[in-house]
Ligand binder design. Structure first.
Ligand code: FES
Ligand code: FES
Length: 155
């Protein structure tokens, strides 16, 4: 049954009418026009839909919109801007990582949360933190370079 759901997304408060069980991803993309989180598998398996809830990465395709009420939701658009990119976004540019770009949202959102809590990570820690993500274009070595670059920038 549809009810009023209030979401705080990238610092703005938004109210929508939605089934509380609807995936957060649908609310962000279809109701609020935020197209960075992508629909990949829809089964919490690829990470393309990742957003932050209170700074922690979650898979928006498998998160009911009601579970996001009261949380600070951050999408890729809220992480950094073209003028002031987040260090992971800047590293993606510097390392020219994307090919098709479909997966980029998930890797950057996951890496940004990981690097915030893990300073100077080892390659193994980076691989572990990102192990649940998929890139069908096979950009994994470039991603590793970019995350290491971002880690250096974030101290
Ligand atoms: S679309 Fe959410 S994990 Fe794949
Ligand atoms: S760049 Fe194409 S899926 Fe990752």
């Amino acid at each position: 049954m549809t009810q009023r759901v209030t979401l705080k997304v990238n610092g703005r408060v938004e109210a929508i009418d939605a089934d509380p069980d609807m995936p957060l991803l649908y609310a962000l993309r279809n109701e609020l026009g935020l197209s960075n989180p992508h629909f990949g598998c829809g089964l919490a398996q690829c990470g393309a839909c990742t957003v932050h809830l209170d700074g922690e990465p979650v898979r928006a395709c498998a998160t009911p919109v009601s579970a996001a009420e009261g949380a600070e939701i951050t999408t890729l658009a809220g992480l950094g801007t073209a003028e002031r990119p987040h260090p992971v976004q800047q590293a993606y540019i510097d390392e020219q990582v994307p090919q098709c770009g479909y997966c980029v949202n998930g890797w950057i959102m996951t890496a940004a949360a990981f690097l915030k809590r893990t300073k100077r990570p080892s390659d193994e820690q980076i691989r572990d933190a990102l192990s649940g993500l998929k890139c069908r274009c096979g950009t994994h070595l470039a991603i590793l370079r970019a995350v290491k670059r971002a880690a250096r920038a974030m101290g």
